[in-house]
Design a binder for this molecule. Structure first.
Ligand SMILES: C[N+](C)(C)CCCC(=O)O
Ligand SMILES: O=C(O)CCC(=O)C(=O)O
Ligand SMILES: [Fe+2]
Length: 421
């Protein structure tokens, strides 16, 4: 949908000066009065034409009517011209459809403008930099829980920080009151349910279903649920009752550690990016669903590389958890020793003081982070008499979190907003 922000820009857009083509490559050349130029593929102009024959646009949906089965990708235009004193490009197609492309519409989508393409790529909200201790201590964003609950701009800024820095904090929810996770979850959109329920509670329990529930001991750095082939992409924890001593939260940017290893220890980097580790998680968890106690039995098994690279060779996922790591190494026995050396070096890097962010969640504080980027843990703790350290938590997936950021950019008319159809 065109937001008011875009409509306002439309009025300020510079005028179209001329149109030429299509040429032999079926490119239409456009010039603006300020000297800017644009190369627009003719078939793309037909396909994206902002009109009711091409798109169904209603308040609840924008969707293309054209089907690829029927779409003639060789179709031609009868006539192209600049209309309304340079306000728009008009194209009359052989089929009879008439398209109108406002000047600003073309400028924002100009396929030959590198700036426009760069701007567009930001829509994926990928992190641009990794961090070590010093960087994150300077830039870690903290917002008031109360402001988050009532101010959409704070929701946007908080979630944007989580996308870019991989972590952000909400301070000062009502102390000792349950329901913060649910309330924040509603404000974000949709919690991701796992075999530990919608909202889980971290406290020391009998018949613990997880190491975090088993004792007041510290835990090793891990990402949650390497046992799943699609582990939750984000994790949130809220401190209900902090420990008397210890129980600090520790985080490390796994992307940063991976980049260090790429430079400082290429052989370890090679092993961790090529050798899959297997993780198993067998047991059951009892949690509440719809007010009733619910037991879920599971036998999870998945394999991941500790460091996963995307097609361009950039680090894009980290999975590691020693508690669930299995006995199976799908390689020649002679390679196993080096796999262990690599895991050990990776873990040593995670614990290097230059990499670790450590802070204490006070009662009423919440932290949200990227579970496929950061590794996290807590240190050991001692409870005050009768006061058992308790956190509540849940998971999210990026699609929901990023959708919320984009939606708010549109709703609040923020400058980062991008057009849809
Ligand atoms: C936090 N909790 C217990 C719900 C899940 C932890 C998953 C893991 O240990 O990988
Ligand atoms: O106890 C904590 O602070 C964190 C435990 C943990 O690793 C988790 O909940 O995933
Ligand atoms: Fe965890």
């Amino acid at each position: 949908m065109l937001s008011a922000h875009i409509i306002r820009n439309l009025r300020n857009a510079s005028k179209l000066a001329s149109v030429a083509g299509p040429n032999a490559d079926r490119i239409v050349n456009v010039k603006w009065s300020d000297g800017k130029t644009g190369e627009f593929p003719l078939i793309w102009l037909r396909d994206t034409s902002p009109d009711a024959a091409t798109y169904t646009i209603s308040p609840a949906m924008t969707a293309r009517n054209l089907t690829m089965l029927e779409f003639d990708v060789e179709q031609k235009a009868r006539k192209l011209w600049i209309d309304g004193d340079g306000d728009s490009l008009k194209i009359e197609w052989d089929s009879g459809v008439l398209s109108t492309f406002p000047s600003e519409w073309l400028q924002m989508r100009n396929p030959s403008d590198q700036e426009a393409r760069k701007r567009r790529r930001k829509v994926y909200l990928f992190p641009e930099e990794t961090w070590g201790k010093e960087e994150i201590e300077k830039k870690l964003k903290r917002f008031s829980h109360e402001e988050f609950m009532k101010n959409d701009r704070v929701v946007h800024d908080f979630l944007e920080a989580v996308c870019i820095d991989g972590i952000a904090v909400l301070k000062g929810a009502p102390q000792g009151a349950r329901g913060a996770i649910e309330a924040i979850g509603d404000r974000i959109g949709m919690i991701k349910r796992t075999h530990f329920g919608i909202v889980f509670e971290v406290s020391t329990k009998a018949d613990a279903s997880n190491m975090a529930y088993a004792s007041n001991g510290g835990l090793p750095f891990h990402t949650d649920f390497p046992s799943l082939s699609h582990p939750p992409q984000l994790q949130m924890l809220h401190m209900l009752q902090s420990a008397e001593e210890g129980g600090n939260s520790l985080f490390v940017d796994g992307f940063h550690v991976a980049e260090q290893l790429r430079v400082e220890n290429p052989e370890v980097f090679r092993i961790l990016t090529t050798h899959s580790m297997e993780y198993i998680e067998e047991g059951y968890d009892i949690h509440e669903i719809n007010g009733k106690e619910f037991r879920f039995d599971y036998d999870m098994c998945a394999r991941h590389k500790v460091i996963r690279l995307n097609d361009e060779g950039k680090v894009n996922k980290i999975q590691f958890g020693n508690a669930m790591r299995s006995w199976f190494y799908d390689c020649e026995p002679s390679q196993v020793q080096n796999v262990y050396r690599a895991m050990k070096t990776f873990t040593d890097h995670c614990y290097q003081p230059r990499n670790v962010l450590k802070f204490r969640l006070e009662d009423g504080d919440t932290v949200l982070w990227a579970n496929q980027r950061l590794l996290h843990t807590r240190d050991g703790f001692k409870n005050a008499p009768g006061k058992s350290r308790t956190l509540t938590g849940c998971y999210f997936d990026w699609d929901i979190v990023k959708s919320r950021v984009r939606h708010l950019r549109d709703k609040l008319e923020l400058e980062q907003n991008q057009p849809s159809a």
